[in-house]
Design a protein around this ligand. Structure first.
Ligand SMILES: O=C(O)CC1=NCN=C1
Ligand SMILES: [Zn+2]
Length: 421
């Protein structure tokens, strides 16, 4: 079989070779590291991964691109499995409020926060949303991200704007090298018009919005902001069970700020992931482990909200919960596309090991999107998504924080990003 792209003499080739599933406990220790590695791709698929030279049955010709991996670290393409990518405007005005110690939920209750982004998203044209999201997607790609999850949720009761967000994500997925997986999140905040009767809005989401989103095939998942002053446990359950009826996978913004029991709910109804979990109870963590619910942790949000509280990542890992890490990129609680900084927070703040961290942004992130058979590890037959880091090893990427260590990004066998010298 002919190779179209070869990377050889790779100091550290990190394959994440293993079962196509979210890794837990002891599985997290083995990241499939190959010293002096070589990887060959044929078009969009991985052909061969190994040490030293290629086997004789893999041929090459003058069109084969050969890259030297000396001094480099190669990993699977990174997966940012929790973002609010498509949105209008920005919320730098909240910085002063945050620095004065005004809590996130108070800003939201006062009509700011998500509500201000809802206004900006409604007023933005399709093109403006598309261009703003494309700029962020280019930034995510430059940091090594090859697959992104993108939520709606800035239309809420303005369903046309929810659809506009999902259509932007659909078109970007078609036009841009990065793969985008969409999530419907109409249940992101209680609209002003329903503040005294949120159940009526819940019914609209269930009886009107979810069927239409499903019929248009615009979202693989449904997500709910289950939080004090937003959607209750009962409302969240009702919405997600309805979404499942329409074939959507289930995700939950759980125990982000108050310990409502979102982790327990995610385990009870079989969410593929519960996200944030800063205030998750020990019982909730145990229930998630029992039911294989992926804990999608977002340390950038904790850092940005300045609460001083972070999800109990070490405890989750010790209890056997599969863990992924994501940016939570959004204009309010976490305005950054820098997944490498999130990885460093995973180490420096959450005390995760380098092996746990790279697993959390590759195969475990892929699993939180139901893509573990296709991406998340470098093995023959899987999609040719990989990152070449200009770094002598994995630890250096985490230790030397706040910069971009990417040299090149390969998406479906094509070099789609090269760092400017
Ligand atoms: O504030 C935002 O725009 C995003 C967010 N949703 C739930 N937590 C944060
Ligand atoms: Zn979020």
């Amino acid at each position: 079989m002919k190779a179209t792209l070869i990377i050889k003499n790779i100091d550290n080739l990190i394959t994440l070779k293993g079962e196509n599933k979210a890794r837990v406990k002891e599985e997290l220790k083995d990241i499939g590291l190959i010293k002096n590695g070589i990887i060959a791709l044929n078009k969009d698929k991985i052909l061969y991964v190994g040490e030293g030279e290629l086997p004789s049955d893999i041929t090459l010709d003058e069109s084969t691109i050969i890259l030297d991996g000396t001094g480099k670290t190669v990993t699977p393409g990174l997966v940012d499995s929790h973002t609010h990518l498509v949105h209008g405007g920005s919320r730098e005005n909240e910085l002063a409020m945050k620095l004065k110690g005004i809590p996130y939920l108070d800003i939201l209750a006062a009509g700011g926060g998500i509500h201000s982004t809802v206004k900006a998203t409604k007023n933005a044209s399709f093109e403006e949303l598309y261009n703003q999201a494309k700029k962020s997607l280019n930034t995510m790609l430059s940091f090594g991200v090859t697959t992104v999850e993108a939520k709606s949720g800035y239309g809420i009761d303005d369903f046309e704007t929810e659809i506009k967000q999902l259509e932007v994500a659909k078109h970007l997925n078609e036009d841009h090298p990065v793969d985008i997986i969409s999530t419907f999140m109409g249940a992101h905040a209680i609209p002003n018009a329903y503040k005294d009767n949120s159940d009526e809005f819940v019914d609209i989401i269930i009886n009107d919005m979810i069927p239409k989103v499903a019929q248009k095939k615009l979202a693989k998942f449904c997500d709910v902001f289950c939080e004090e002053g937003v959607f209750t446990i009962e409302q969240s359950k009702k919405i997600l069970l309805a979404a499942r009826e329409y074939g959507m996978g289930l995700k939950l913004h759980a125990d982000e700020i108050k310990p409502l029991g979102g982790a327990e709910l995610a385990a009870e109804i079989g969410c593929i992931s519960a996200d944030h979990l800063i205030a998750a109870s020990d019982n909730g963590i145990k229930e998630m482990a029992k039911n294989g619910v992926i804990a999608n942790l977002l340390p950038g949000t904790s850092f940005n909200l300045q609460t001083g509280n972070f999800a109990k990542a070490r405890k989750m890992i010790e209890e056997g919960v599969p863990v992924s890490l994501s940016t939570d990129y959004n204009p309010g609680s976490c305005p950054t596309e820098n997944i490498q900084l999130i990885m460093s927070f995973g180490a420096l703040i959450m005390k995760l090991t380098p092996e746990e961290i790279i697993t959390s942004v590759t195969i475990n992130g892929a699993a939180s999107l139901g893509l573990e058979e296709k991406i998340g590890s470098l093995e023959s037959g899987k999609q040719g998504d990989l990152v070449i880091f200009d770094s002598p090893n994995l630890e250096y990427i985490l230790y030397h924080f706040g910069i971009n260590h990417v040299d090149k990004v390969v998406k479906k066998g094509e070099i789609v990003y090269t760092k400017e010298k």
